[in-house]
Ligand binder design. Structure first.
Ligand SMILES: [Cu+2]
Length: 111
């Protein structure tokens, strides 16, 4: 069973409102989708903002296993057709790998 991280949805409710010279700007977390197909991620690099989520969609007919060492994240086995959602709450560069297929590589840059 893939691990689902639905608790990150709570983050969507957080809206930061900044009042600058009478102008209000609302910032909300974004979600980014990365596909896994032909034993590859659909992007090599992904640039996102702190608080954003990334949804990894397994479009292959085989299992994957999303790991992010720096975050001590391991999705467990990700069955075909299943999603894994990860929230990035710290800035930095994160290497996303598949624990089964060493050639699957994605770098997430969190600003
Ligand atoms: Cu894989």
């Amino acid at each position: 069973m893939p691990v689902r991280h639905k608790n990150v949805l709570a983050g969507f409710g957080v809206v930061c409102v900044l009042g600058v010279a009478g102008i209000s700007v609302a910032l909300a977390a974004a979600n980014h989708e990365v596909l896994e197909a032909d034993k590859k991620f659909s992007a090599k690099t992904l640039e996102i903002s702190v608080g954003d989520t990334v949804t990894f969609v397994n479009n292959d007919s085989i299992k994957h296993n999303i790991t992010i060492k720096k975050m001590k994240f391991n999705s467990g086995l990700q069955e075909p057709g299943r999603d894994v959602e990860v929230m990035f709450d710290k800035n930095g560069k994160f290497k996303v790998r598949c624990g089964i297929h060493p050639k699957m590589k994605l770098k997430v840059v969190v600003n």
